[in-house]
Design a binder for this molecule. Structure first.
Ligand SMILES: NC(=O)c1ccc[n+]([C@@H]2O[C@H](COP(=O)([O-])OP(=O)(O)OC[C@H]3O[C@@H](n4cnc5c(N)ncnc54)[C@H](O)[C@@H]3O)[C@@H](O)[C@H]2O)c1
Length: 267
């Protein structure tokens, strides 16, 4: 049931590719809660057409932007402020892609050009988004910026490969940029560490089904799905979390603090 938590707020949502995308659920929930948003994704992702349909449904302008391009990001903020009628209150960074995982290269035999690209797309893009907004003074005071991450930044999940380091870097950018943004504009920056979720990016990881089942059993509340992640994002974009910043927040049904679960041993 919508409560109007984001009434009057303007946001930019990155990374909705299809109906399974976490960002798709977040975009729908933000609009249901009263926000006006723009949607963005890499130009190549827009070819599939799904995002245009979401844009029509949510009355949201779709603006192509490759998150590795400063020029695209500057244009994205300019066009978003024009379309939404003012500065931005919240941003969701929901971008992840590993070339070595996609091309099935083992972690002990990575291609470093691909690794560079992975870090650029999955982590440096977050700094780039924030720096662009910062320099353009595009965020309203007390705005909120979130990126989605995974616990492989802290613990070893061998098949997650170089995405583990991407997420560690991403989370560090949230802390470091979070400091500067808090001091200058009272803007908060956090990462949400989400359960395994059935999406294009998620299911690209080797053994995802087995891992998803394992996490489901290890988490006392079960895996958090995309819809509940969207609820959490709305909370983080709302005025009820104004003093939370520079945090990595686990949204994982309790997985991160478990040592042993009887259900896993029984299996
Ligand atoms: N699915 C999971 O199990 C899971 C768990 C924890 C965190 N996450 C994170 O959630 C975020 C969203 O992933 P998802 O699971 O919804 O999958 P998804 O595949 O739906 O979303 C990934 C998005 O990244 C976009 N993208 C890739 N390269 C880009 C570029 N150069 N510029 C702009 N956008 C680009 C893709 O087009 C896609 O929309 C990612 O950061 C992912 O690592 C996912």
């Amino acid at each position: 049931m919508a409560k109007g938590l984001l009434e009057g707020k303007r946001g930019i949502v990155f990374g909705a590719l299809d109906e399974q995308s976490i960002a798709w659920a977040v975009a729908e929930k933000c609009v249901a809660e009263g926000a006006k948003i723009t949607l963005t994704n890499a130009p190549v992702a827009l070819r599939f057409g799904g995002l245009q349909k979401l844009g029509e449904k949510l009355n949201a302008k779709v603006i192509p932007a490759d998150a590795t391009s400063l020029e695209d990001l500057e244009n994205l903020f300019t066009e978003s402020m024009e379309a939404l009628g003012g500065k931005i209150d919240f941003v969701l960074h929901s971008i992840g892609m590993s070339l070595n995982v996609r091309k099935k290269r083992e972690y002990t035999n990575v291609n470093y050009d691909w690794m560079h690209k992975t870090f650029d797309i999955s982590a440096m893009s977050f700094h780039r988004v924030m720096q662009t907004a910062y320099k353009m003074d595009a965020m309203n005071d007390w705005g909120s910026i979130i990126a989605l991450t995974y616990i492989a930044a802290q613990r070893v999940f061998p098949d997650y490969s170089e995405m583990a380091e991407s997420k560690a870097l991403l989370e560090s950018f949230a802390r470091s940029f979070g400091y500067h943004y808090a001091k200058s504009k009272k803007v908060r920056v956090n990462t949400i560490s989400q359960s395994p979720t059935w999406t294009t990016a998620g299911s690209g990881v080797k053994g995802f089904q087995e891992f998803f089942d394992y996490a489901e059993k290890m988490s006392p509340l079960g895996n958090a799905d995309a819809a509940s992640c969207a609820d959490f994002c709305v909370t983080m974009f709302s005025d009820y979390t104004r003093m939370v910043t520079m945090q990595n927040l686990y949204h994982d049904g309790g997985f991160s603090l478990m040592g042993m679960a009887p259900e896993v041993l029984e299996k």
